[in-house]
Design a protein around this ligand. Structure first.
Ligand SMILES: [Zn+2]
Length: 163
């Protein structure tokens, strides 16, 4: 283990990360982007490397690295905005009736930016995007074991919450 960082050092590193974040610069209008929607909490822009035509990036204006760090209220707002932007996509493009809403949470999940965001990807027929996430089928016992593992952890987490 590396040595513990002081609170001050953590703050300093967070600030450095924000200062170097492209998306924070876009939010501060220091770097141009095609803005689709903006309010006090969030910003929606066009992805410059779109998976499909109309690929939108929706992000909180505050810098958070990953979903667990995003306050519930902000995350709730982003989810509601995802709903409206999904509608906007569907009404803007006649040939796109479906939208994939995608969050890459961490590097192993394909997260490429340091700024938490969700992707709204308009889907088209034969767009060759593969979200095939099905694996091998589990048997009853395997499913039961997994569910019990989650349930035991939930009980443990709840008992640790301050009353
Ligand atoms: Zn940022």
């Amino acid at each position: 283990m590396s040595q513990e960082l002081s609170q001050e050092e953590i703050q300093k590193r967070m600030q450095l990360m924000k200062d170097n974040c492209i998306f924070c610069k876009i939010i501060k209008k220091e770097i141009p982007a095609q803005i689709i929607f903006e309010d006090d909490i969030c910003l929606a822009i066009l992805d410059i490397n779109p998976a499909t035509k109309g690929h939108i990036l929706l992000m909180p204006k505050e810098h958070y690295m990953m979903m667990p760090m995003v306050p519930d209220q902000v995350l709730g707002h982003l989810t509601v905005m995802s709903k409206y932007l999904t509608d906007l996509i569907k009404t803007t493009f006649d040939d796109s009736k479906d939208v994939t809403v995608f969050i890459a949470n961490g590097a192993a999940a394909g997260q490429q930016s340091q700024h938490f965001m969700s992707h709204l990807i308009p889907r088209y027929e034969n767009d060759n995007i593969n979200f095939d996430i099905k694996g091998e089928k589990l048997n009853e016992q395997e499913l039961k074991n997994l569910a019990e593992k989650f349930q035991a952890k939930l009980v443990e987490m709840n008992s640790q919450q301050p009353q």
